[in-house]
Ligand binder design. Structure first.
Ligand SMILES: Nc1ncnc2c1ncn2[C@@H]1O[C@H](COP(=O)(O)OP(=O)(O)OP(=O)(O)O)[C@@H](O)[C@H]1O
Ligand SMILES: [Mg+2]
Length: 218
């Protein structure tokens, strides 16, 4: 793990980015590291369930406020550029960069979760990938272990590397106790074809970060 933090992206939406980012934050915090968390925009606050910034804060043991973790927060479950537009505003890349820098102040490591996948627009002409590049943090790619993941994961690695981003690892989540032939092969294939380190995360009880097994590579 870098000295400054990581940027957790994924192959798409609902693939386990928050779980992976929260586990990295918890692993670091459990080792005595001061961890700050950051998510450029949270959408879907109208939906039931714990919002991403709240799970990230709990896992990190952070005392950051909502605004410090996620400067843009919207009710509709929509891409951030659309959710912002529905609220009559635009996401400002400069404000995101400043907010991430401010979140990192006073912390040893910044664990940042992206939104959707790398090519999701945050604002006109500014994608999640652009933000990852601006923050200059190595990427962690959350992905499903299931059928379809080879293509999605290799596409994500290609999109990352074509922009010069460093990929620290792929994390398959939730990894079953007894992987199927397909799942076991997916891990090997992604590692070989993607020339990348692949880690796994078992199904976690999200209510209790203190009981999570550490991510060994974090
Ligand atoms: N290791 C795991 N243990 C428990 N639940 C998991 C695990 N991995 C993924 N999940 C479940 O998969 C779903 C998606 O995970 P998560 O919310 O982390 O995805 P995401 O990529 O952050 O989604 P979004 O794009 O909305 O931010 C959640 O219901 C989460 O609880
Ligand atoms: Mg999430």
């Amino acid at each position: 793990m870098t000295e400054r933090g990581v940027f957790v992206t994924g192959t798409g939406t609902e693939v386990g980015k928050t779980v992976v980012a929260a586990l990295i934050a918890r692993t670091l915090a459990g080792a005595g590291t001061r961890v700050a968390v950051f998510k450029p925009a949270v959408t879907g606050l109208d939906d039931p369930g714990e919002p991403d910034h709240e799970l990230l804060r709990r896992a990190a043991g952070s005392e950051q406020g909502d605004e410090e973790i996620a400067p843009y927060r919207y009710g509709p479950p929509a891409s951030p550029h659309l959710a912002a537009s529905l609220a009559g505003e635009e996401i400002d890349p400069a404000r995101l960069r400043a907010a991430a820098a401010s979140a990192a102040e006073g912390a040893d490591q910044l664990v940042c979760e992206g939104v959707g996948g790398l090519l999701v627009p945050l604002a006109a002409g500014y994608t999640v990938r652009d933000l990852a590049a601006d923050l200059a943090l190595p990427l962690v790619v959350a992905a499903s272990p299931e059928l379809g993941t080879i293509n999605h994961t290799l596409l994500t690695l290609e999109a990352a590397r074509s922009a010069g981003l460093e990929v620290a690892m792929v994390v398959l989540t939730p990894w079953p106790d007894v992987p199927s032939t397909v799942e076991a092969s997916n891990l090997e294939t992604i590692a070989a074809l993607g020339a990348v380190r692949v880690e796994t995360v078992p199904r976690l009880d999200l209510s209790d970060p203190k009981r999570w097994p550490p991510l060994s590579s974090a």
